[in-house]
Design a protein around this ligand. Sequence first.
Ligand SMILES: [Zn+2]
Length: 485
Amino acid sequence: MINHIYALVTYSLEKNLIKKEDIDYAVNQLSYKTQIEPNVYIQQNIENQSFVELIEPILVHAIDIGLIDDSIQSKDNFESYLMDTFTMRPSCLQDTFASLDSKEATKFFYKLCQDNHYIKTERINKNKQYTYNSSYGDIFITINLSKPEKDPKTIAKLKHKKTSQYPACLLCKENIGYYGNISHPGRSNHRAISISLNNEPFFFQYSPYVYYNEHTIVFHKEHIPMKLSKKTFLRLFDFVDRFPHYFLGSNAGLPIIGGSILNHEHYQGGSADFPIQHAEVIKSYQLDNVKLELLKWPLSVIRLTSKDRETIIDISNKLRVFYENYSDESVDLIAKTNEQHNAITPIVRKESGTYIVDIALRNNRINEAYPDGIFHPHPDIHAIKKENIGLIEVMGLAILPGRLLSDLEEIQNVLDNQLKLAQKLSTYKDWVNTIIHNPEYSTKENIEQAVARTFVKGLEDCGVFKQTDNGIKHFKLFIEAFLNE
Ligand SMILES: [Zn+2]
């Protein structure tokens, strides 16, 4: 068995996770953690072996001797604990990160997160990705298979588990090095870098699920709720000034239109090309030295561009405040009833010294016809997507549930052989009826296109000013009211 530990040590040396001075330490630590008798290290030939192939025999051994049980959650937690042995201490990582220029620093940190298997690349590679050419340009679709479904055994155990308040949520800094349990993912090998934004304490980490290249999460040191204010812009701008090769955006701080975690202030960023960046412009305006553009996009998005940091922050924030109080009942847009409904999703990036701010206008009001949200994917979309449309999707990258992949195959089979839809697929009944009446439908390619088309329709549902003649007229009325204020 000890050879498997040696192999993991060889792997970590090759990946530069550890240095040769760390070999005995690593062998001893791993031996004790796995209850395998230690011995003097012998370098192994690990050519053509993936990380998973290297670690799997150790996990099987741990199950065999009763150290862990045979569930994905237990194995993941234990693996993270083993890989922590090869992962720099947070303070040491912080110093290394600080010693590099910003691009080198993120490159180094991202590689470390992959090499220590905090980011499980082989699971992410299982995701299905494709592009759909819509009337707004290309839209990217990802069917997400990388988040493991909970094992039935785990679900059974969860029934009897007491809920814990520590760590307070999945983002809190207390996750760093946390072993995890059946309901909380193992984060022994997780690391985050402390950074200052607007002179406030934040942390920088990568998402373990990597929905796009270098998917970054920036979270506040304290477990405080999401709140958009002028400070949001100051923080986002500080971030892109320090990491100009990354964008950073914030979800709206309200339910229905916000992200999945509202109780911890956080932002999402990264280094990827998103469809929204290539959106056409409907109309341009100028205010001081800031250009404002209305985009041809399913959601209502205004793009602000300028080299002048102070002015563009000032105008972005004024636009936020103006919109938060703006109603246009002729298009069902009501800023507040007894609670606030209007909010924005801002995304900031920097290109050759020029700041670009995309501001998506959102509203979370519900009514009798749309109890899930007037500006939320409508019921005809729910078979494909009923979760909140967050900032990643605002930018034109769909993250769709993993169940779709097998369900679509079955639906394809039903359609090809004119069978009856099985009971478990009944949620797709109406959706299938609409696609079979679409003349374009014929092959598997088209069922994926139908999914993408449905997603784009869901984005359009979120637009407060629709991309119709009337909607665009009211969109212009809004921006002109702001400019004339
Ligand atoms: Zn938290």
